[in-house]
Design a protein around this ligand. Structure first.
Ligand SMILES: [Zn+2]
Length: 232
């Protein structure tokens, strides 16, 4: 029973159980090769491994953007170190966490380059119980005490803007820090303070204890949350 339960809890990270009944992202397929007005490296360009398993699609215009820091690996200021950080995160997420791929949709280095993680239109594994309604962006580094570079912040914001234009993020999206949907320090105190001044920052949910009251989450996901809190 415990094993089955654990599988169910872990499974929601990858399988997302039930996708929201949002607006279908009809034009997404046609927008597979966007050109960006910020520095960008695709998976092929930074040398990503293949996914351990095919990642499920997330062909919906999602209502949330979740901001993360990596904590480890630390901040990277040149392409070589950022590529190394991407590979380290992908290895950790696949080999240690047993996820299907790097968890984030994108990660941004202090060099201002956005690196493709799972990429648009894929179900992420970055925020337990919240993956089916969000795009996850990681600002590589530990932003507990210091802030990401201005280049890094600018690119993260530009990436969100691109996601709206491509139809993957709702124009009236809500921006939250990971700690608002999960019991974690992520994205670090300094970055968490910073994002509260970004467009679309939403103070609700205040913490993962509010998840049952998030209207965008499906009943299936809420049921899993209820089950997991009963077991703790
Ligand atoms: Zn996080």
């Amino acid at each position: 029973m415990i094993v089955a339960f654990m599988m169910a809890v872990l499974g929601v990270v990858e399988r997302g159980v039930a996708l929201p009944t949002g607006d279908l992202c009809e034009s997404c397929e046609e927008n597979e090769l966007p050109t960006y007005n910020f520095p960008y490296m695709s998976r092929g360009e930074w040398g990503a491994r293949q996914s351990a398993q095919d990642v499920l699609p997330l062909n919906y215009t999602v209502p949330y953007v979740v901001i993360h820091h990596s904590y480890i690996p630390p901040a990277c200021y040149d392409n070589e170190k950022c590529v190394h950080a991407m590979k380290a995160m992908q290895d950790m997420h696949i080999d240690k966490n047993k996820w299907w791929d790097i968890g984030y949709h994108f990660a941004v280095g202090s060099n201002g380059v956005a690196y493709e993680g799972r990429g648009w239109g894929k179900l992420g594994a970055h925020a337990l119980h919240f993956n089916s309604v969000s795009v996850g962006i990681c600002l590589i580094g530990d932003w507990t005490q210091s802030l990401p570079t201005s280049k890094q912040i600018k690119t993260a914001k530009a990436l969100i803007h691109a996601g709206i234009q491509l139809g993957y993020i709702k124009p009236d999206y809500k921006l939250v820090g990971h700690r608002q949907v999960r019991d974690t320090q992520c994205p670090g105190d300094a970055l968490y303070r910073e994002i509260q001044s970004w467009p679309h920052y939403a103070p609700f949910p205040r913490s993962h204890k509010d998840l049952l009251d998030v209207e965008e989450l499906s009943e299936d996901v809420k049921e899993l949350i209820r089950q997991s809190s009963e077991k703790q």
